[in-house]
Write a protein that binds this ligand. Structure first.
Ligand code: MLT
Length: 295
């Protein structure tokens, strides 16, 4: 059995795979062209978010039995093409939950307390104490869109802050999407990118937000309509937003979003903790071994 690991994973998982006497090629910098050329020799592919497993890759993977994503989102894998070839697709939906939920809380406080401006102005030699009056989370209404593992964890972490929580989810809503957008002081998005969620935070929903409200997107860029979000931010229709994910990653150096003063940007680091990487890598390594053994 031969496994290709095409993105960076934790060392312990690599050692585990070697202990299992599995032939592993660890090529975390492999290019799309090299992947396409070499994939036919592998039984399993382990990846994170950098590698795109296109239909072409899957069709060239004549020996592929498993595609395993160390992480949650499967939007970089052509699932349909994998299904058609009977290739198992595995992810690690629990490994990143704490990391993403904790960063969400950090971004909430950063938005309410203007930490972006506080930080950059101090670096610039300024003392903006008078301009940096923020708001407390306490007493606010927080809208959570998507109440899967991460949405639930966010709500659990929020339970000590004295907030009202509104939830919109296909199975578990406390109100309509319109009510959530109208009433929330901050809305945070925790849905997977699917044909249904692509672009679903649109102009109409954004127009319902209070001018004092914030938005956090830590799910996938394409869930929010880029043009309409930019317009809402540049015209100060909403107070601001925090984006960890983008329509195109890496975000271009000259992106118009980098120039907005009411935006906090982070480079898709929701799951980037030592703990989450370790958990995701170990879980995926064990699952791949099980799948290759037909378990
Ligand atoms: C995930 O889907 O696991 C997270 O967004 C982390 C990532 O893709 O890097």
């Amino acid at each position: 059995m031969k496994i290709l690991i095409s993105d960076k994973i934790d060392e312990n998982a690599l050692s585990y795979l070697k202990e299992q006497k599995i032939d592993v090629d660890y090529l975390p910098e492999i290019t799309p062209e090299e992947l396409l050329k070499s994939i036919s020799t592998y039984d399993a592919l382990i990846l994170r978010s950098r590698t795109r497993v296109t239909k072409e890759v899957i069709e060239s993977g004549i020996n592929l039995k498993v595609i395993a994503r160390a992480g949650t989102g499967l939007d970089n894998i052509d699932i349909k093409a994998a299904e058609q070839k009977n290739i198992k697709v595995i992810n690690t939906p629990s490994a990143n939950v704490t990391a993403v939920a904790e960063l969400t809380l950090g971004l909430m406080i950063s938005l309410f307390r203007k930490l972006g401006l506080a930080y950059t102005s101090m670096k610039e030699g300024l003392w903006l104490k008078k301009d940096l009056k923020g708001s407390e989370l306490n007493g606010k209404t927080i809208g959570i869109i998507g109440f899967g593992r991460i949405g639930k964890k966010v709500s659990e972490l929020l339970s000590v802050f004295g907030v009202e929580i509104l939830i919109y989810d296909l199975q578990n809503s406390t109100c309509s999407l319109e009510e959530l957008f109208t009433r929330s002081d901050l809305i945070t998005i925790h849905v997977a990118l699917t044909p249904v969620t692509r672009g679903f935070i649109n102009k109409k929903l954004l127009s319902l937000m209070k001018p004092s409200a914030f938005l956090i997107n830590i799910s996938r860029g394409e869930v929010v309509d880029e043009e309409n979000l930019y317009e809402a931010l540049v015209n100060k229709r909403i107070a601001g937003c925090a984006l960890d994910v983008f329509w195109q990653e890496p975000l271009s150096a000259d992106s118009r979003f980098r120039k907005l003063d009411n935006v906090i940007l982070t480079p898709h680091i929701g799951a980037a903790t030592h703990e989450a990487l370790k958990k995701a890598s170990q879980s995926v390594a064990e699952d791949v071994v099980r799948a290759l053994k037909g378990e």
